[in-house]
Design a protein around this ligand. Structure first.
Ligand SMILES: O=C(O)[C@H](O)[C@@H](O)[C@H](O)[C@H](O)COP(=O)(O)O
Length: 267
């Protein structure tokens, strides 16, 4: 197992969400003190959204310069902009509408009323990622021609499906096999709704830190498989590896099948 993987259980869903929120606020503050701005990739799902709500409820949120935080999405559902199924809408209701974000720094994936199909939506996100990456490289006095496909992701949040899917990359489907592009259109998703846009594993793994957040007994098998070094095509979560750190932030139920040797119980 790579040394950069750390598994931390939490006593309950609520403690997991609150602790992940505190970690996120602290990480954003640390990055902003080093670089002036910070970038987080948000996820849909119960824990991902509960974490954002916990950030909104935390007095510590007031210490973050939210106007200098770049928000991207690991995936979104390809439904109408106003649909309650949209991760953007859920993230906005949980957090983004309650903090002073710079709208130009909130990078939403296209919806079914703003793109013709999931392929166009993915292509639009690929272009937006490339433009942000080129701008970062120009700022770093490097040639934009050599810019990577995606900007720097300081923290990338991932929920976990019971089938070990991450973002909208599902076992054995085209998305998890896709290489050479940072975003992909998804059809026939086993998790409704059927059409989505997702970052690819390559884009996910470009992140400095990946935080996989999962709660509930129905995720225990996926966590165990994800940590057991299974093939990423069969177990997408097993392919998630941050450049510097990969955290598995779990409640006790989701951690039930984690080998004791891997567990890091924080004091
Ligand atoms: O858009 C989505 O559906 C998510 O990004 C997806 O990857 C989610 O995070 C997992 O399915 C976990 O969701 P739950 O925590 O609700 O089970």
């Amino acid at each position: 197992m790579s040394s950069n993987i750390r598994v931390t259980p939490h006593p309950s869903f609520d403690v997991l969400a609150a602790t992940t929120a505190a970690r996120l606020i602290t990480r954003l503050l640390d990055v902003q003190s080093e670089r002036g701005e910070a970038t987080v990739v948000l996820t849909g799902g119960s824990v991902g959204i509960a974490t954002l709500a916990a950030v909104a409820a935390s007095p510590a949120r007031l210490a973050v310069d939210w106007g200098k935080v770049n928000f991207w999405f690991g995936d979104d559902r390809f439904v109408e902009t106003g649909s309650p199924d949209r991760n953007l809408r859920q993230a906005s209701e949980a957090l983004l509408d309650h903090i002073p974000v710079d709208p130009a720094r909130v990078h939403a994936m296209a919806a079914s009323d703003t793109a013709a199909d999931v392929d166009e939506a993915a292509a639009l996100y690929v272009a937006e990622l490339a433009a942000a990456a080129a701008a970062e490289w120009e700022n770093d006095d490097a040639s934009p021609a050599q810019a990577p496909a995606v900007p720097r992701f300081d923290v990338l949040l991932l929920g976990l499906g019971p089938d070990a899917h991450i973002a909208s990359l599902f076992p054995e489907m085209a998305g998890i096999r896709t290489k050479g592009t940072p975003a992909v259109g998804v059809r026939n998703s086993p998790k409704p709704p059927p059409e989505r846009v997702s970052l690819t594993l390559e884009a996910i793994n470009s992140a400095q830190e990946i935080w996989i957040v999962a709660a509930g007994a129905d995720k225990a098998a996926a966590v165990g498989l994800g940590l057991a070094g299974a093939s990423e095509v069969q177990v997408p979560a097993s392919g998630a590896r941050g450049v510097n750190k990969t955290l598995w932030l779990l409640d006790e139920a989701a951690a039930a099948k984690v080998p004791g040797a891997l567990m890091r119980r924080e004091p």
